[in-house]
Design a protein around this ligand. Sequence first.
Ligand SMILES: Nc1ncnc2c1ncn2[C@@H]1O[C@H](COP(=O)(O)OP(=O)(O)OP(=O)(O)O)[C@@H](O)[C@H]1O
Length: 709
Amino acid sequence: MVNEKEFFADIEKSGLNLTTQQKGAVIHDQGPLLLLAVPGAGKTTVLTVRIAYLIRVKRVDPRAILCLTFGRAAAKEMRERYMERFGVKADTENQTNKEIQFSTIHSFAYEVVRSAFRQRDTRFEIIEEQKGPESKTGVLRRIYEKHNASAITDEQLEGLQNTICYVKNTLRQPEEFKKADIKNFPLIYNDYEEYKRNSQPRLIDYDDMLSIAFQELNENTKRLEAYRKRFDYILTDESQDTSLLQHKIIEIVAKPQGNIFAVGDDDQSIFGFRAAEPEYLLNFEQTYPGAKILRMEQNFRSTPQIVDAARGFIRSNKLRFDKEMFTKNPAGDILRIEHFTGIREQYQFLIQELRSQKDLSKIGVLYRNNLSAICLAEELSRANIPFYMREAGKQKFFSHWVINDILNFLRFSFSDKSLPILEKIWSKLNCHIRKQQLDYLKQRAIDRSIFEILAEQPEVTSKRKNEYLELKKQFKVLNTLPPAKAIRFIRSQLEYDKAIERICDSLGFSEEYIGILLDILISIAQNEPAIVEFAKRLTFLEEQMKLSYKNKHSNAVTLSTMHSAKGLEWEQVYLLDLVEGVIPENDQRGQKELLEEERRLFYVGMTRAKQHLTLCSMDYYNNKHVKSSRFVRETSLVMKGENPEEVIQKETVTMTSDLGVGLVIEHRTFGEGIIAKEDGNMILVHFKDGSQRSFMKDICEKQNLIWAV
Ligand SMILES: Nc1ncnc2c1ncn2[C@@H]1O[C@H](COP(=O)(O)OP(=O)(O)OP(=O)(O)O)[C@@H](O)[C@H]1O
């Protein structure tokens, strides 16, 4: 045991000089505390030091400390960091550090569920651990088909799983999501729940762990009391990533003592789709009356240039605690904003830059969407620049049906006798082939072109016959084309684009997204002389991305989405593809919360850089003329010492021609509303509070009364 002075002297000896703010947090005594920290402020450091302080100075039993994080990797890292610094020191005669519970909220909830079910003699299994048709995705696919009479696509399946997770984590009812993108969502949701409940043994999914644990703690006073007694101190890291349901679980265990020590940064809340919202942090004082709020605003990571730009940038968000991020680090270079004609020029620039670097492991290249990684990996691989791609396993490009379709068209051009390949594309061909014809083909030997066989059938009309023979010719032509031309040929001459349109119409896929996938494919194809090489290249690229994890600790540049870059840092960071539609992702009109989340994501990206930050935007993206991301503009205004909000507001207001029906606006006095009617110079606005008001456009413009949200 040591006293406070000796404790901090020890820490200093180990080379860590805590700031006054950090010390204040470490020695906080009893009661709820929210520690709001800016990026790079040393959140984990403070949490680990506090745990040691509680044990060594305050003589708290390690078993009475529960340290919660959002992800498994973070829990593991926290334990490692703690053990590294305090491993032996904080051991006492009777207890060891190993007894501190470093856990995710999920695994804590799992413990509650396990003991509750054991007591009731209920056997259960986790649906995520089931295989084949009984796996979670297998079950959801079946239920979706039952209610919608059509197959679910991979993207829809992902959307469905996210929505289920969202419903449970926000403690809402499935009926509230009637209008969700998933048709018949409430029916699917209820069926899925019933299926799990009635299975033998009972099935639960990861989100059920939370719901059931919460219910159990609410209903079983004895169990709740046992946990309350066991944990005198609860600490949570990355609290901004916690959902409402998770907050509720923590709250019920932490109260009435209220020894909750929550660390987080509302500005880094980027998992809204998993139901984490900064609002829960912002309500901390309401949840825990009398809570103390401390701030850690010194950034130990980045240069003042990066810190200043990031601080000014995030201020455009409204739903946040204001923080004065600063750094005492030495000055560095100014941020670079690079603008290119198109994506190729962007890659050329990047490759040139990377070639001049000795240690690539110090560089992070970040992008908004996983899809950006494909062409990037292709370019780096051709330039022989080693890379490590985070979460390469999440890449769905290579297994997407549209990519498989194109490859099957190409394969079929090599052998139009192959029935197995035809079976995969027949419904997407620009000529009529019926199911019965396929059945007939299956029963006979295919000794020549399938099109010839079909054309010879007695019942075939002469028009159809010509179509079959024409198609035979076209596949022959296809086989002679270089790969990029071949793909375009499939899309236009073989009318595959029309098939896509049909599929997208009937199944509700985004045609734009499919178009992007095809554009990516064409750009890879452009580098290959022939179809066989192209197919090999795709396999090679997929393999290279999958195996890139082996480069993690070597001289390789890291490629990552902005989401999965959270918590990481590099000397140099490049943010790529910064155009409207990519980041912010979609048209965010009227959805201020979503726009703010996109801004936070950009902020997370910016604040990963220690020394150099480069923002890259362009005029053309995916063959379309695009606008540079508004976030680049906002950053550049901040760098010039201007307030982006004011500048942009002024610009928006002057464009009265934009004030049309459906536009979501903000009125200086009446707040948010939507333009419901337009008649010459007059507009009628329906406001959020239910009121309706008419305005004259020209007056609004002159007096800066209204701007688009
Ligand atoms: N008082 C201090 N003096 C010097 N370095 C410090 C101090 N406190 C923390 N650090 C260092 O600052 C770096 C950033 O800390 P850390 O990664 O824990 O920040 P963070 O708050 O988790 O950042 P982010 O939220 O952006 O992921 C670490 O290398 C840490 O050792």
